[in-house]
Design a protein around this ligand. Structure first.
Ligand code: PLP
Length: 391
C-alpha cells in the first residue's frame, strides 16, 4: 500500500539532496570541527557554509545563527536567556496557542515565581493585539509568539508585534518552527531579537535546529560546555545534520514559490472538495493569513482518533491536534482557545502537505474521506442528519 503522507507539520521526509550532502560526514569526513588538524578543520569550514545558507534563508548574518539540537531547545534557550539577561524582570508574554516547547516551559516557570500572560486568540485564531498591547509592562522580560501555528497554520503579525515590544525596550522571540521554509522571512529590517527553527520541519533530519540571535542582543547560553558556537552552545557539533540543514535551507529558498503556489493549490483543492461534499464540516483558522500547506478541518459528531485510524487503513497519514498531544483524548488547546465547539473540535484533522505531494494523492484523499465520515457518523449516537445545524 502506498503511503500518502499529509502530516508534514509533524515531521518531513529528508530531501534526497540533503541526505546526499550529509553522507560523507559519517565515515569519511568524521573529524571534530574543533580539532587543530586539517582533517577536522575542513569540517569546520562546512559548518560555516551551512551557517551561511541558513542565514541567507532568514535574511540574517552568519554570526547570528546558533546551531542547536531541535526547535524545543531553541525555544527554551531563548526564554531562559531572557530571564538571565533581563535581571530583576519576572514577566513573560506569550499566547494561548503556543507549542508545548513554550507553553510547558512557561508553566514550569510559574512554579518558580515567573508571571505569565497568555494572549487570547479570536475564533479565527488571530492574536488579540489590544490585549497584547496592554500586557506589556516594565517587568516584562520577553515576548514569545509563534510565527505560524502548527495545528491551524494561522500566521501571527510578528513584525508588528515585535515592533510593539521594541518600542518598550522588551526582548522579542518568535517560534518560527512552522513558518521557516513555507513563507518568506527577512529578518534584516525587523525588530525580532530571537527566532527558533527546527531542521526536521523543512526536509533536514531530526536532531538539529537553530536559534537566531540578533547581533547586539544580550545572550546567556543554555547548554554550558566547550567553546562551540562561539561559546553560545556547548557540545560537539552534529556535523552531518548541520550540513544537511544547510542544504535544506538552500532547497527551501529554491522551493518557496512552489510551496506558495502548487502546494497551496493542492491544499485549497483538498479542503474545498471535502467541505463541499461533507455536511457539518468546516475549516478552522483564518482562511487567508495561513501557511500554504496546512488545513485543519472539523467533522462534527465524529472522533478525530477514529478518523485517523480509518484513514490509516488507506495509507493516509494526517494528525488530530499536534503530534505531541495526540494520544490524549482532550481536544486540542489551540481549538479550545479559538472557541471551536466541543462537538467540532473533537473531530478535527490537520492535513499538512509538502512539495513531495501530488494531485493524484489529493484526489485519493478527497475520494476516501467522505465515506469514512459517513461510516463513523452511522455509528455515532449523536449524529442526527435531520438536525444538521452547526455549520
Ligand atoms: N514549535 C512548533 C511550532 C512546533 O510545531 C514544534 C514541533 O512540532 C516545535 C516547536 C518543536 O520542535 P522540535 O520537534 O524540533 O523540538
Amino acid at each position: 500500500m502506498k503511503t500518502i503522507y499529509l502530516d508534514n507539520n509533524a515531521t518531513t521526509q529528508v530531501a534526497p539532496e540533503v541526505l546526499e550532502a550529509m553522507m560523507p560526514y559519517y565515515c569519511d569526513l568524521y573529524g571534530n570541527p574543533s580539532s587543530a588538524h586539517k582533517f577536522g578543520g575542513q569540517v569546520a569550514g562546512r559548518i560555516q557554509a551551512a551557517r551561511q545558507s541558513v542565514a541567507s534563508l532568514l535574511g540574517a548574518m552568519p554570526e547570528e545563527i546558533i546551531f542547536t539540537s531541535c526547535g524545543s531547545e531553541s525555544d527554551n534557550t531563548a526564554i531562559l536567556s531572557a530571564l538571565n539577561t533581563e535581571r530583576g524582570k519576572g514577566h513573560i508574554v506569550t499566547s494561548r496557542v503556543e507549542h508545548p516547547a513554550i507553553r510547558s516551559l512557561c508553566n514550569h516557570l510559574t512554579r518558580k515565581g515567573v508571571r505569565i500572560t497568555e494572549i487570547q486568540v479570536d475564533r479565527e485564531g488571530n492574536l488579540d493585539m489590544d490585549q497584547y498591547k496592554e500586557s506589556l509592562t516594565s517587568d516584562t522580560a520577553i515576548v514569545s509568539f509563534m510565527w505560524a501555528n502548527n495545528e491551524t497554520g494561522v500566521i501571527f503579525p510578528i513584525e508588528e508585534a515585535a515592533a510593539m515590544a521594541k518600542e518598550k525596550g522588551i526582548l522579542f522571540h518568535t517560534d518560527a518552527v512552522q513558518a521557516v521554509g513555507k513563507i518568506p522571512i527577512n529578518l534584516k529590517a525587523q525588530q525580532i531579537d530571537m527566532l527558533s527553527l527546527s531542521g526536521h520541519k523543512l526536509h533536514a533530519p531530526k536532531g538539529v535546529g537553530v536559534l537566531y540571535v540578533k547581533k547586539g542582543t544580550k545572550f546567556s547560553p543554555f547548554l554550558i560546555g566547550g567553546h562551540q558556537e562561539n561559546g553560545r552552545r556547548g557540545g560537539t557539533e552534529n556535523t552531518a545534520s548541520i550540513v544537511g540543514l544547510g542544504k535544506a535551507a538552500e532547497l527551501a529558498a529554491r522551493h518557496m514559490d512552489e510551496e506558495n503556489s502548487r502546494v497551496k493549490g493542492l491544499r485549497d483543492k483538498l479542503e474545498k472538495e471535502i467541505i463541499k461534499v461533507i455536511p457539518n464540516s468546516r475549516v478552522n483558522g483564518n482562511p487567508v493569513k495561513r501557511l500554504p500547506n496546512t488545513t485543519n478541518i472539523s467533522f462534527e459528531f465524529v472522533e478525530g482518533e477514529a478518523i485517523l485510524l480509518m484513514m490509516d487503513e488507506f495509507g493516509i497519514c494526517a494528525s488530530s491536534g499536534s503530534a505531541c498531544t495526540s494520544g490524549s483524548l482532550q481536544p486540542s488547546h489551540v481549538l479550545r482557545a479559538m472557541g471551536v465547539p466541543f462537538t467540532m473540535s473533537h473531530g478535527s484533522i490537520r492535513f499538512s502537505l509538502s512539495i513531495y505531494n501530488n494531485e493524484e494523492e489529493i484526489d485519493f484523499v478527497i475520494e476516501k474521506v467522505p465515506s469514512i465520515i459517513e461510516k463513523l457518523r452511522a455509528i455515532s449516537p449523536f449524529w442526527k442528519p435531520a438536525a444538521q445545524s452547526c455549520q
